[in-house]
Each structure stands twice: as C-alpha cells, then as structure tokens.
Design a protein around this ligand. Structure first.
Ligand SMILES: [Zn+2]
Length: 135
C-alpha cells in the first residue's frame, strides 16, 4: 500500500506523527506573515521567505456544514477562521470529530491526518484544527 500523501504540496509540514504546522511567508522587510505564501508582501512589496506558522491558534469564528460534503469529508464537518499565535488569520478545516465542542474564542492546535480525498480521489493527509485540551 502506498503512503498517504498530502492533499497539496507546500501548504503544511508534518513530521508524520499527527503534528504539523502551516507554511506561510514572512516579509524580510516589515516582518508581516501571510498564509498562503505569496511572492511579495502586500504591505511593503518586500520579498517573502517561507516560514512555519506554528500549530497553535484561537477560533475566531466557524460554521458547521451539513450538506453533502466535498472531497470525501465526513458529514457534518466544520470550517472557520483561526487566528494563529504566530501568524495571520487563516481559513481552515476544523476537526470533524469535535464539531459539537467548537466555541468561538477557544484555543486550538493543528493536527495532520488522513481526511477525505485529493483531486484524484485518493485518500490524503489534511491539516485541521482541533480543541486544545488541558491548557
Ligand atoms: Zn512587508
């Protein structure tokens, strides 16, 4: 059996143990961080270098989607905006197993695991945010 691959290249890093972080861009001139990465800073037009954005954030807002999901995701699933501790606000998939626990303002941690299928209908790894427990 082939190893399950990421749904896309260059979006996140994982050590293969379920941990990971999103990969963004940091401006060498002004220090702003962006996700997804782009070539130039919209703030000052400086060059951006790839940087890890960490695995922690806070749930800014979210919604639970109950219509037939795309990409082989389970139903229901949830998406939301996460304010990263070390980066910008990002639009992200939330843990389908934690749909009923979600609350605005809660601390989250990013995980990477098999979730849904890729554009070629193969099972793939996806990053998602799940409630941070015990902190
Ligand atoms: Zn800049």
């Amino acid at each position: 059996m082939d190893a399950i691959e990421a749904f896309a290249e260059g979006v996140f890093a994982t050590r293969g143990d379920g941990s990971g972080e999103l990969l963004g861009g940091e401006c060498a001139a002004c220090g702003r961080r962006y996700f997804p990465r782009r070539d130039h800073c919209p703030g000052c037009e400086g060059r951006l270098a790839e940087c890890g954005l960490g695995d922690r954030g806070t749930l800014y807002t979210y919604t639970v989607v109950r219509v037939r999901p795309p990409l082989g995701l389970p139903a229901p699933y949830a998406v939301g905006y996460v304010d990263l501790d070390r980066g910008p606000r990002v639009f992200a998939l939330l843990d389908p197993q934690a749909v009923n626990e979600l609350a605005i303002g809660m601390p989250l941690v990013m995980r990477v695991g098999p979730l849904g299928v890729d554009a070629r209908n193969r099972p793939c790894l996806r990053p998602y945010f799940t409630p941070r427990r015990g902190e």
